[in-house]
Write a protein that binds this ligand. Structure first.
Ligand code: NAD
Length: 262
């Protein structure tokens, strides 16, 4: 295995599950030391154990990305332990409540925006002093929902948070370029993770979406949704020096789903 990220330190939010977990494992395989920030301690600890069993270095910190003190503490632990941070994967997110705007409570709106958008801002904000020392790469997990609107799903809060992440990533790319810090947003399509379990949509409604998103014969992905490991490959590429000319970009990883919607 070519350890292209040997000596580098990566902070991964939402590292306990799905895309964050797969990215953390892949970045560790490539030699990076990993700080996992997740609000679910049990799954976060398991990813830390897995990385250590594989001979890598990792710390798991219980953190809520919407809470400034919590994020600052987690990032400081990585910075103090290893003396640097090179890679930030701002990925933690929730689907939140998908419901018509008229019925969406202000509290549910705030929760989605707090975790998905404010959480991204806080993660980047507190990592900047460390990244500035030697440069680095920030990857933000937005979604196809951030730039395309498909069907009447009631995803106003989710889509707004994901669109906000795209704008934030572009702004950050310009602001941080003088410090040799690259910033890109990735927009996954449907990926098989646990995220659907935390919404108000039934598993049947989730399954019903699949033939709409992946009509037979129109896609390379005949199996339907992608895997977290496929997204992890993109994340590790964007984290690596091989992508040195890519910043301020919005990159779809969706099997062309975004061409069919919106
Ligand atoms: P997931 O539910 O498997 O993982 C999300 C992780 O984030 C969990 O470990 C969860 O505990 C953590 N998390 C949630 N709120 C948090 C908070 N406040 N503080 C810290 N950690 C928190 O879901 P996933 O699909 O891997 O989602 C990762 C990202 O990918 C999200 O931003 C999501 O919007 C985005 N995304 C997912 C899909 C998909 O189809 N799965 C598609 C597009 C975008």
């Amino acid at each position: 295995m070519n350890k292209t990220l040997e000596g580098q330190v990566a902070v991964v939010t939402g590292g306990g599950s799905g895309i964050g977990r797969a990215a953390a494992l892949r970045l560790a395989e490539l030699g990076a030391k990993i700080c996992l920030l997740d609000r679910v301690e049990e799954t976060n600890d398991k990813v830390q154990d897995r990385i250590q069993e594989n001979g890598g270095e990792a710390i798991a910190v219980e953190a809520d990305v919407s809470d400034p003190a919590s994020v600052e503490n987690g990032i400081r632990q990585a910075g103090e332990r290893w003396g640097r941070i090179d890679i930030v994967f701002a990925n933690a997110g929730i689907n939140g409540t998908w419901t018509p705007i008229e019925d969406l409570s202000p509290e549910d709106w705030d929760q989605t925006l707090s975790i998905n958008l404010r959480g991204t801002f806080l993660t980047v904000k507190y990592a900047i002093p460390y990244l500035k020392r030697q440069g680095g790469s920030i990857i933000v997990t937005s979604s196809v929902n951030g730039t395309r609107i498909f069907s009447n799903t009631g995803a106003s809060a989710y889509s707004s948070s994901k669109a906000g992440q795209v704008a934030f990533a572009k702004m950050a790319a310009l602001e941080l370029a003088p410090h040799r810090i690259r910033v890109n947003a990735i927009c996954p399509g449907a990926i098989r993770t646990n995220i659907g379990k935390n919404t108000n949509r039934t598993p049947e409604a989730e399954e019903a979406k699949i033939p709409v998103l992946f009509p037979e014969g129109s896609m390379p992905l005949q199996d339907g949704p992608g895997s977290p490991e496929q997204v992890a490959e993109l994340v590790s590429f964007l984290a690596s020096p091989q992508s040195s000319l890519i910043t301020g970009s919005v990159i779809y990883i969706d099997g062309a789903e975004s061409l069919l919607i919106g």
